[in-house]
Design a protein around this ligand. Sequence first.
Ligand SMILES: CC(C)(COP(=O)(O)OP(=O)(O)OC[C@H]1O[C@@H](n2cnc3c(N)ncnc32)[C@H](O)[C@@H]1OP(=O)(O)O)[C@@H](O)C(=O)NCCC(=O)NCCS
Length: 183
Amino acid sequence: MNRIAFEEPRSAPAATTNIIIRDALESDLPVIVDIYNATVPTRMVTAELEPTTVEARLPWFREHSLDQHPFWVAENDFCVIGWLDFKKFLPRCAYRGTAEISVYVDEKFRRQGVGRRLLEKAIVRAPSLGITAIVGLIFAHNEPSLKLFGRLGFHRWGFLPRIAQLDGNKCDLVIMGRHLPAR
Ligand SMILES: CC(C)(COP(=O)(O)OP(=O)(O)OC[C@H]1O[C@@H](n2cnc3c(N)ncnc32)[C@H](O)[C@@H]1OP(=O)(O)O)[C@@H](O)C(=O)NCCC(=O)NCCS
């Protein structure tokens, strides 16, 4: 498989000193989708095989709610450069305290602490959202993401071998999880 090298050098943090994290607006969706779509051809991140559209993603965006499954963007100098969302891990009631999160940073702004800041905020805010466990579903070959989650106290809770097929290659999925104190 042609994989893009993901060992981006760590850049000077100056570019992201003005970063703020705020609730996402529907008007942010085109940039959110662009950031997402840029990862599709890498076959490193998402099981989506073709780029998606704003229209296709609108229902997904609207499923989020401020009080349990928020959607945040990281903004630098009024430009959205990354995002993080919470979603239900599984629909059954007993899992209501567990959320799945996804985090994406614009390629141009990686290795500047944006992903870490988004994830740190998720960890801090989760208890007040009624969330006591967070999981990330990450391809086993997505090293940057596994490292990011590992660095923030997530552990490998699950391993699903050869569960995804990407261009003829069978890929493993890792479930990274972290418990949080109940509020
Ligand atoms: C994973 C991702 C969100 C990291 O975002 P980022 O802003 O570049 O990460 P940060 O700069 O905050 O890095 C925090 C830590 O993560 C790890 N990390 C991040 N990128 C890394 C890379 N390319 N190689 C190795 N470790 C990496 C490091 O431990 C880093 O700490 P350090 O810089 O002190 O060494 C980003 O690479 C991305 O958007 N990838 C595509 C989407 C994705 O894979 N999402 C996860 C699945 S939901």
